[in-house]
Design a binder for this molecule. Sequence first.
Ligand SMILES: Cc1ncc(COP(=O)(O)O)c(C=O)c1O
Length: 381
Amino acid sequence: MHRRLEGGEHIPVFAPCVGPDTLAHLAEAIDVGWLGMGAATKEFEDRISAFLGLHDRFVVATNTGTSALHIALRAAGIGPGDEVITPSFNYVADHQAIHAAGAQVVMCDVRETDLGIDCEKAAQLCGPKTRAIVPLHFAGVPCDLAGVYELAAQHGLRVIEDACHAFGSTKDGQRIGSFGDIAVFSFDPVKVITSIDGGCVVARDPREIEQLHHLRLLGVDKDTTERYKNRRAWEYDVVSEGYRYHLTNILAAVGISQIKRADEFIDTRQAVCGRYSRAFSQIDGLAVLASDFRHISPFIYSLRVLSGRRSALIEHLRAREIDCGIHFIPVHRHAYFASARRGDMTVTERIVDEVLTLPLHSCMREAFVERVIEGVRSFFS
Ligand SMILES: Cc1ncc(COP(=O)(O)O)c(C=O)c1O
């Protein structure tokens, strides 16, 4: 399996865990003869709902996490003239989705403790046009949700949680997405579970769910219910703006095969991250993001390399066939967003030259884990 990526000596940052089980689901989905959005899409949504433990909210699956963010913002009523606060230390998908919704991005700093949004600094950025906040649960570590929802209550803001890194993470025993306002997940090729590409919105308000269905499929009404039965509505109206953002049966079948294994994947990832943190917290010159992963479904293993030694460590690991990633280049440093309104970025500016992502796979080989630990240790010894 995955011979080119995993079979040799080279250790990639990401590696999918997709096997014969997925092929069997795909074969079955193709055999049904309905390739587009359909019953498998609905089944995937139901399984996401069960996995997250949803009681009072619904899942709308999309073709990417980015499209899920876009229609979540639109369903929340965000549009031209509005401002939306999100960290600069985030993936640019959020900023692009805010732009696509017609709103202005306002970028905020993060806290050093969890690299999630700094709510005190976010409060200073709130103005008359601020309508929403998009916090990120970086690397699967829940951000300061109490602070986020307090700020939202004070300023009347909608909250669209970017939970793309946090599928399965919990806060006070509840899975991210099962409480709060709106949450968005991604199932892109490198996420904890993948549908090759895909995402979803979790929302509570039945009117917003209906809007999300319209926004997802070209503004067409009625069609969702029919497609969920592998049929189409031949008489329909177009009731709103809309995009072609739906998730097909074929990709949903991949997602179903993966969500069946989500607990196994998360267990492996938690165990690997726990071992990394136990090893690396002993090393002066490194700062680990988390040590206890019991409540975290880790998407990446992120740590900080202090004293300007990140590039040297990357080279050291590369020489040992170990790849590293950098999450993220802060978005205010990218040309297109350089002039967007932003606040003080003291923490972001410091940590972006320190953060490093080490390899983490859902089916990670023991030998790989040992080599990563040894590779890092040997640099510092
Ligand atoms: C924080 C964050 N938000 C949003 C996205 C967008 O998800 P997708 O790749 O499914 O569009 C990503 C993808 O990497 C992400 O890391």
